[in-house]
Design a protein around this ligand. Structure first.
Ligand code: NAI
Length: 251
C-alpha cells in the first residue's frame, strides 16, 4: 500500500525516541533502513533487533555512525548505503536537540550548537542524498521540524529558529527538486514523550486531544510522507500535535 517495500531509507537520530519509531515503521513497510546516530550502542542494538546482517544486500536494517554536523561523515554514510542497498529513496532528517535559556543568558555556544545539529545537519543531509536521488529520478525527503517551527516558545530561541529554518529549507528544496521527482516535506510534532521532553510536565499543556503524544503517533504521518500515498505532495507541512497549535480547549 505505502509503496515502501524494497525502498531504501536513511533515518538520522534513529537510535532512540521518535527516530527509532520512524525506523521501525519504515522497516515494517518492507523498506531497507539505515539507522544513523551518534549513539552507536543503541543504534547497533536496534539494527540487530531488526535483523542486520554483515553481508552487503542481506538483512534490511543496518547501523551507520553519523554525526549530522559532519560533512564528510555524510558522504561516507551515503556511500555506505549505496554500496549496501544500491539506492537512497528516502531520507528522514530527524536528529535534533534542544537547549533553553532566557535571551540574556543564551550564549553564542548554545546558539551555535543547536543551529549546527538541527539546521546545518538537515541541510547537509539533504545535500548529500540529492545526487543519488536525481540519478534515480525519485526520492522523498522528510525534514523534522516541530510546532516550534510554526510559532514562538519562550526560552527556546535557538530551537525555534532552527525549526523555522528547517521549514523554510524544506520549501526551497521542494521547489528546486520537484522536476527531478524528489519531494521534500516537513513534519511538525507537538508534545511527544521522549528523552527530550522528560523535564516538561504534560499536565501543564492544554492539548485538545487530551493527552501528550507518543512516538507511535508520528508513524502514520511519516509513512505517508515517505511513501507513494503522498506522490503529489511536496513542500507540505504535516502537523501532528493533538490540536495543540489549533486552539486552547476550555478546562
Ligand atoms: P531524542 O533526544 O530522544 O532523540 C534525538 C536523537 O537525535 C537521539 O538519538 C540523538 O542521539 C540524536 N542526535 C542528537 N544530536 C545528533 C547529532 N549531532 N548527530 C546525529 N544524531 C544526533 O528526541 P526526540 O524527541 O526523539 O526528537 C526527535 C526529533 O523530533 C528532533 O528533531 C526533535 O527536535 C523533534 N521533535 C520532538 C518533539 C518532542 O516533543 N519530543 C516535538 C517536536 C519535534
Amino acid at each position: 500500500m505505502s509503496g515502501l517495500e524494497g525502498r531504501v531509507a536513511i533515518v538520522t537520530g534513529g537510535a532512540r525516541g521518535i527516530g527509532a519509531t520512524y525506523v521501525r515503521a519504515l522497516h515494517a513497510e518492507g523498506a531497507h533502513v539505515v539507522i544513523t546516530d551518534i549513539l552507536a550502542d543503541q543504534g547497533e542494538a536496534l539494527a540487530e533487533e531488526l535483523g542486520a546482517d554483515a553481508a552487503p544486500g542481506a538483512g534490511r536494517a543496518s547501523f551507520c555512525e553519523l554525526d549530522v554536523t559532519d560533512e564528510e561523515a555524510w558522504d561516507r554514510a551515503v556511500a555506505e548505503t549505496l554500496e549496501r542497498f544500491g539506492a537512497v529513496d528516502v531520507l528522514v532528517n530527524n536528529a535534533g536537540m534542544a537547549n533553553a535559556a532566557p535571551i540574556e543568558h543564551f550564549t553564542l555556544a548554545k546558539w551555535n550548537t543547536v543551529l549546527a545539529v538541527n539546521l546545518t545537519g538537515t541541510f547537509l543531509g539533504c545535500r548529500a542524498v540529492v545526487p543519488a536521488m536525481k540519478a534515480a529520478g525519485r526520492g522523498s525527503i522528510v525534514n523534522v521540524s516541530s510546532v516550534e517551527g510554526l510559532r514562538g516558545s519562550e526560552r527556546l530561541h535557538g530551537y525555534t529558529a532552527t525549526k523555522f529554518g528547517v521549514r523554510g529549507l524544506t520549501k526551497s528544496l521542494a521547489v528546486e527538486l520537484g522536476r527531478d521527482g524528489i519531494r521534500v516535506n516537513s513534519i511538525h510534532p507537538g508534545f511527544i514523550e521522549t528523552e527530550m521532553t522528560t523535564r516538561i510536565d504534560p499536565a501543564r499543556l492544554l492539548i485538545p486531544l487530551g493527552r501528550p503524544g507518543a512516538p507511535a503517533d508520528l508513524a502514520g504521518a511519516l509513512v505517508f510522507l515517505a511513501g507513494d500515498a503522498s506522490a503529489y505532495v511536496t513542500g507540505a507541512e504535516i502537523v501532528v500535535d493533538g490540536g495543540m497549535t489549533t486552539g486552547i480547549p476550555h478546562t
